[in-house]
Design a protein around this ligand. Structure first.
Ligand code: PHE
Ligand code: ZN
Length: 861
């Protein structure tokens, strides 16, 4: 018998270059579900056609189940066999009808892939390879089929039966059961299949498309959540209108349904005509959801809706092309969100997210190109690189083309590849053709992993300045030598004395290892503003002085560049302090004061600009991360900022106080108030805890309440205990808000956070079975730099224990918790050794999933 360790030691690696077209196509499929939580019968009728001249049998993916029956052209056969997880059926002709029947157990499905039970309802998740857990099928995205679905279920338990496409017929059966049929006229890959059976209430709306078709919209939730669905429904209508206006994309079915479920591995899923969402990205009211939640709901609703074109009408040829749909769709949802409020603030948030998640990924053992070359488990590649760096690639191409040409290029792409399974190369070729540009070298962005580093030096003599640029792409696993990439850098010069622009903004396409750019006719000493708007997802190292950064933070006319200058100034200050113990805070204090006093600025922008870089981002700038030194340096700067600008923070705290409204202005004031509260607490002011507790109690919305609670839990006042209890008791029946209760404690800056989190893993409301809850406690804890990196290794052990336990239930979600342990090489030898020991313990766990094995073994290399 093969033992698990040996079989895991030779993982099956799927390679991009091994792609071959499918042997058999499935133009049509009819599915018949006899639904029940304990045992569901699935009968599938596939019309298959031989693809090309070959004599190979039909191979259908399954997931360990055996068919109850197999028939070919209406006749039961027994010459089939199971090879690994595949059902192999010998066929002689060019076209056949294959029927199979299986029985599956949704209520025992803890992986939340395939058909599973959540909150008493039944639902599906098929991307990437979940359909094979429902029935035997060529479960790959380049096999497109027209689906007809019939569902039968107990009517009392499952009064609502939904599937992809449009409803066709429904009826009653004698034994308390009922049935419904749905038909989706658009050929789709199996990963877009969905059904839902449940006891659900609906918030209905309608949207009239640009050609005048009326689409019936429905947001389906449990009855008691119905009042929390208006925001999502409104966002859906805005997204439908936006995609028509900005990309010319119209919806194509008569109905569009969204179902919210509590147990979900990711954020949401774009199944054709039947999106299924993690309830955290649907449910909102002011009392339970923060501004952040509201924004995220609109963004995810838009994202999944936009997939109808960038994902469903045009899908991916294979999973190596995942960024074709995800990078582009993130770019589209970012554009949508930017149009709902402040463009600058949205860009700042997106860049902050990229730096928090993608840059570390790109610098660690799990780094991979936007178009990967190989994988063991595709679920591990739903990453910040595929999604967020992928979106940056689209953004760079849009910058190179300019807005009108970019639109012509996306029109060409949608037109040419509609109804097909396409590749990243197809997309780039459309950009190239419509833009009349050569993107040969740009394609390296899809192939080379790692964040490019650019050094920029500006030397000026008299009226002439020379900008010297150098680029370097660091080695990543499997890629030791990198070629120079095309970096579109927006550059502008400002006069150091006048504070006004000396040049127009230029888009420099920097595409060599080293280059120089000359500026002539400068009337005064220039200050360099570079990578404005974060035009390229790179790390810029410039030798700009603290004075020049402070100057830009006050005078640059690109709000993103102002933010960036301030961040750089803060980073330089914090790194100097953490590494060399030099703590000169004056430059930052003056720049922050200046920003707070600038009445012309949007409060949302001010809140972003005055926030210090995160502990982990500071660590990313250091040769060896020292979490304790970083914490001390950051707290010292926070305390000084708090004390010296006490009057400004108190003024900000009093600003814009008004009854709750979800508007960009009101959101901006709330954000700034919570930042101000944090600084007042950091100053050590005697009244800080009372101020926070007063805000906690008086709040008429979750943003203010959670903001106050966040401040309280990192303080020493006993009011923290009172606030946590009040919060818990008030929301003990609301899972999404309880997640916040766990999360706030896991993120707290306290000496005892590790012990608190360990105790919370034994709290009666803690469960690993719900991915949101697992992430709220364990995921948040491992993002808490000081607590997770406790010198005794207790944080690493806690994560590994939880991860191993979760892997038995839900490998996908377990694997997503692993990356923090993979950053071990960034830390001192002692911590690195402790992290390594935990990774080794994980890899040695009997019965480990291939999801976790891939992530852990790569992290050990
Ligand atoms: N395709 C989904 C999205 O990004 C993400 C997802 C992947 C959801 C896998 C579930 C499972 O929109
Ligand atoms: Zn997506």
């Amino acid at each position: 018998m093969l033992d698990i360790q040996t079989s895991l030691a030779q993982p099956i690696v799927i390679r991009r270059e091994a792609y071959a077209a499918p042997d058999w196509l499935v133009p049509e499929v009819a599915l018949d579900f006899a639904l029940a939580a304990a045992a569901t019968r699935v009968r599938a009728r596939l019309s298959v056609t031989r693809n090309g001249a070959h004599d190979r049998p039909l191979r259908l993916d399954g997931a360990g189940q055996r068919p109850l029956s197999v028939s070919v052209d209406g006749v039961a056969v027994n010459d089939w066999r199971i090879e690994g997880e595949e059902l192999v059926v010998p066929l002689t002709g060019a076209a056949h009808v294959i029927e199979t029947e299986v029985e599956i157990a949704p209520e025992r499905n803890t992986q939340l892939m395939g058909l599973y039970a959540s909150g008493g309802n039944l639902c599906t998740q098929c991307e990437a390879e979940g359909f094979r857990r429902i029935t035997f099928f060529p479960d790959r995205p380049d096999v497109l089929s027209v689906y007809s679905v019939r569902m039968t279920a107990d009517k009392a338990l499952y009064p609502v039966l939904l599937a992809n496409g449009d409803p066709v017929e429904s009826g009653e059966l004698a034994d308390g059961r009922h049935w419904a049929t749905w038909h989706d006229p658009f050929p789709k890959p199996s990963y877009l299949f969905a059904l839902v059976a449940g006891n659900l209430a609906v918030n209905r709306g309608s949207f009239t498309t640009m050609s005048g078709r009326v689409v019936e919209l429905g947001i389906w939730v449990r009855e008691s959540d119905l009042a929390k669905t208006d925001h999502a429904l409104h966002a859906l209508k805005l997204a439908m209108e936006w995609d028509e206006r900005v990309y010319g994309r119209e919806y194509d079915l008569d109905v569009f349904n969204i179902v919210a479920v509590d147990d979900f591995n990711f954020g949401a899923m774009e199944n054709k005509g039947l999106n299924i969402f993690n309830s955290r990205y649907i449910l909102a009211d002011p009392d339970t959801a923060t501004d952040y939640d509201y924004d995220a709901i609109a963004a995810v609703v838009a994202h999944e809706y936009f997939h109808n074109w960038s994902g469903n009408r045009i899908t991916c040829r294979d999973w190596f092309q995942l960024s074709l749909k995800e990078g582009f769709t993130v770019y589209r949802d970012q554009g949508f969100s930017a149009d709902q409020g402040s463009r600058a603030v949205k860009r700042i948030e997106d860049v902050r997210g990229l730096r928090a998640a993608q840059f570390p990924e790109d610098a660690g053992p799990l780094a991979h190109p936007v178009r990967p070359e190989s994988y063991q488990e595709i679920s591990n590649f739903y990453t910040a690189t595929i999604y967020n760096k992928g979106a940056e690639l689209i953004r760079m191409m849009a910058s190179i083309l300019g807005p009108e040409t970019f639109r012509a290029a996306t029109d060409l792409y949608f037109d040419r590849f509609d109804g097909t399974a396409a590749t990243c190369e197809d997309y780039v070729a459309c950009m190239e053709e419509a833009g009349d540009v050569d993107l040969t070298q740009f394609r390296l962005w899809y192939a080379q992993a790692g964040t490019p580093r650019v050094s920029a030096t500006l030397d000026s003599v008299g009226s002439r300045a020379t900008l010297t640029l150098e680029q370097h792409v660091p080695p990543t696993p499997g890629q030791s030598d990198k070629a120079p990439m095309v970096l579109p850098l927006r550059v502008k010069l400002f006069g150091a004395e006048s504070g006004t622009a000396l040049t127009e903004e230029r888009l420099v396409l920097f595409d060599r290892a080293r280059d120089t750019i000359i500026f002539e006719g400068l009337a005064e000493r220039p200050v360099l503003s570079i990578n404005r708007g974060f035009s390229a997802p790179v790390i810029v190292e410039s030798d700009r002085s603290a004075a020049d950064l402070a100057f830009l933070s006050a005078h640059d006319d690109d709000p993103f560049a102002r933010y960036e200058a301030m961040q750089q100034l803060m980073l330089d200050t914090l790194v100097a302090s953490a590494v060399h113990g030099r703590a000169d805070h004056e430059g930052v204090i003056a720049a922050v004061a200046n920003t707070l006093d600038d009445a012309g600025l949007d409060p949302a922008f001010v809140a972003e600009a005055v926030l210090l870089p995160s502990e982990s981002f500071i660590g990313d700038q250091m040769a060896v991360v020292d979490p304790d030194a970083i914490f001390r340096a950051r707290e010292a700067l926070r305390r000084d900022l708090g004390r010296r600008l006490d009057a400004q923070w108190r003024r900000a705290l009093a600003q814009g106080v008004a009854p709750y409204a979800y508007t960009p202005e009101a959101k901006g004031f709330r954000r700034l108030r919570s930042v101000a509260l944090g600084y007042i607490a950091a100053s050590g002011a005697a009244d800080a805890a009372e101020l926070a507790f007063a805000q906690f109690e008086a709040a008429d919305n979750m943003t203010d309440r959670q903001g106050a609670l966040t401040t309280l839990v990192s303080g020493t006042s006993d009011l923290r205990i009172a606030a946590l209890d009040i919060f818990y008791n008030r929301y003990s029946d609301n899972a999404l808000v309880l997640d916040k209760w766990f999360q706030v404690q896991a993120l707290a800056s306290r000496d005892d956070t590790g012990a608190v989190v360990a105790a919370l893993t034994r709290h009666p409301d803690f469960t690993l079975a719900n991915p949101n809850r697992a992430r709220a406690l364990v995921g948040a804890f491992s993002a808490n730099q000081r607590a997770f990196h406790a010198a005794d290794g207790s944080g690493y052990r806690l994560l590994a224990d939880q991860l191993i336990a979760l892997d038995r239930l839900n490998p996908q979600t377990a694997a997503k918790l692993l990356p923090p342990l993979g950053r071990r090489r960034r830390f001192d030898a002692a911590r690195s050794g402790l992290m390594r020991a935990e990774l080794e313990r994980i890899v040695a766990t009997p019965g480990l999933s291939k999801d976790v094995f891939e992530q852990a073994s790569k992290s050990l290399e």
